[in-house]
Design a protein around this ligand. Structure first.
Ligand SMILES: NC(=O)c1ccc[n+]([C@@H]2O[C@H](COP(=O)([O-])OP(=O)(O)OC[C@H]3O[C@@H](n4cnc5c(N)ncnc54)[C@H](OP(=O)(O)O)[C@@H]3O)[C@@H](O)[C@H]2O)c1
Length: 353
């Protein structure tokens, strides 16, 4: 029996995780947390809001599935990694913001870091047990979001409702906006850098509208391995929670006879500059990725509130990145300071946008 602590239990990933746990006799929910919605009775230990670390200390789970949205998920990520508790990570923002600190905590703790993001779960499976020197490059696929194919001047007036209508994935509001700006793929690029230890120039992003191929790894001998499946987050959730068993799910197998379209093309980085901003922040190292994430969280919240136009999200992030010092954080306090400072610079940039 694997004892699971689920953080972010009321969200899109949280609800799908509950389905996976309920359908697998070897999985048991021992603790659950949400930000504000009631989850009474969902697990023996529950908590709404506040510091999640005492909950985890009490529950002592075998696996933490972190599906909190945003930087708020960081203490739980670090707790699991530091304590050698396996971490099934959906909360990509924590790894983007605190990559070096998180990997150092994992080295000390010795637990597994299992990606739940579908692209990274796919890459993890293609890469597994293969020596890094055999890898040429990693390719992350992007659906392109609801505005794929549009020109910049067609995005001036888009509303949160339009941006929330994702063509292939049904997700929480923050990641759906991130998919529309391509910031999500930017966060994933940085996440992949930390998860797989690959330099940024060896991680490519391609647009693949049907979201059937989740990632590909090219090897030095000219071969490439791809991971395919219908877009359904219960697959990577189940993989992470039952690793290395790869338990059965109710997801239908791929039907090639029905005419799958496997199209790929380069992303339009002129129209969607967030991908380039993320790549640059990643390459600058230090707390630049943390600032990228913080400014993006501030700008997305303002867009969802109707206080910021869609195209200004990237402007706020670019201005914030130009203003931060980006010095590396030696500990969690310094990282939290870098996050707060980037947020206040982003707020200032919002005020003039
Ligand atoms: N959805 C997907 O398909 C998908 C795919 C890949 C990766 N991810 C990643 O998974 C994470 C969750 O995404 P989502 O789409 O599931 O988001 P979501 O639907 O907005 O759910 C977010 C969850 O986080 C909880 N939460 C927010 N702030 C919290 C806090 N301070 N303490 C404890 N819980 C808090 C929310 O609780 P309340 O409901 O009570 O506010 C909710 O349960 C994100 O990092 C996202 O990037 C999602």
């Amino acid at each position: 029996m694997k004892r699971i602590a689920l953080l972010g239990a009321t969200g899109s990933i949280g609800r799908q995780t509950i389905e996976v746990v309920e359908s697998h006799p070897g999985l048991e929910l021992v603790a659950a947390a949400s930000g504000s919605q009631s989850i009474e009775g969902l697990a023996p230990l529950t908590q709404v809001g506040g510091d999640l670390v005492p909950l985890l200390e009490r529950a002592r789970p075998d696996v933490v599935l972190n599906a909190v949205v945003g930087f708020a998920g960081l203490p739980a990520t670090l707790w699991a990694l530091e304590n050698g508790v396996d971490l099934a990570l959906a909360n990509k923002e924590s790894l983007v913001a605190a990559g070096e600190l998180a990997l150092a905590a994992q080295r000390r703790g010795g637990g597994l870091l299992l990606p739940v993001d579908s692209e990274h779960s796919a890459a993890f499976q293609c890469l597994e047990d293969r020596p890094p020197e055999t890898v040429d490059s990693l390719v992350l696929t992007a659906s392109g979001g609801p505005f794929r194919g549009r020109a910049r001047d067609e995005l001036q007036e888009v509303t949160p409702e339009e941006a929330l209508a994702h063509p292939t994935w049904n997700m929480g509001p923050k990641i759906t906006i991130d998919s529309a700006t391509l910031a999500n793929k930017g966060l994933e690029l940085i996440e992949a850098h930390f998860l797989f230890g690959l330099p940024y120039e060896r991680i490519e992003v391609v647009v693949h509208p049907s979201s059937v191929v989740h990632a590909l790894v090219r090897f030095r001998d000219g071969a490439a391995l791809a991971h395919l499946g219908y877009p359904d987050m219960r697959v990577p959730i189940s993989f992470a929670l039952t690793y290395p068993e790869r338990a059965a799910t109710r997801i239908p197998p791929l039907d090639f006879a029905s005419g799958l379209r496997l199209e790929f093309h380069a992303p339009d980085v002129e129209t969607f500059p967030m991908l380039t901003l993320a790549r640059r922040a990643g390459e600058q190292h230090g707390t630049y990725p943390c600032a990228f994430n913080a400014a993006n969280e501030v700008a997305v919240a303002a867009f969802l509130d109707g206080r910021l136009p869609f195209l200004a999200i990237a402007e706020v992030v670019e201005e914030t990145l130009a203003a931060v010092d980006g010095a590396p954080a030696r500990d969690l306090d310094e990282l939290v300071e870098a996050d707060a400072s980037a947020r206040s610079l982003a707020q200032r940039s919002l005020a003039v946008a």
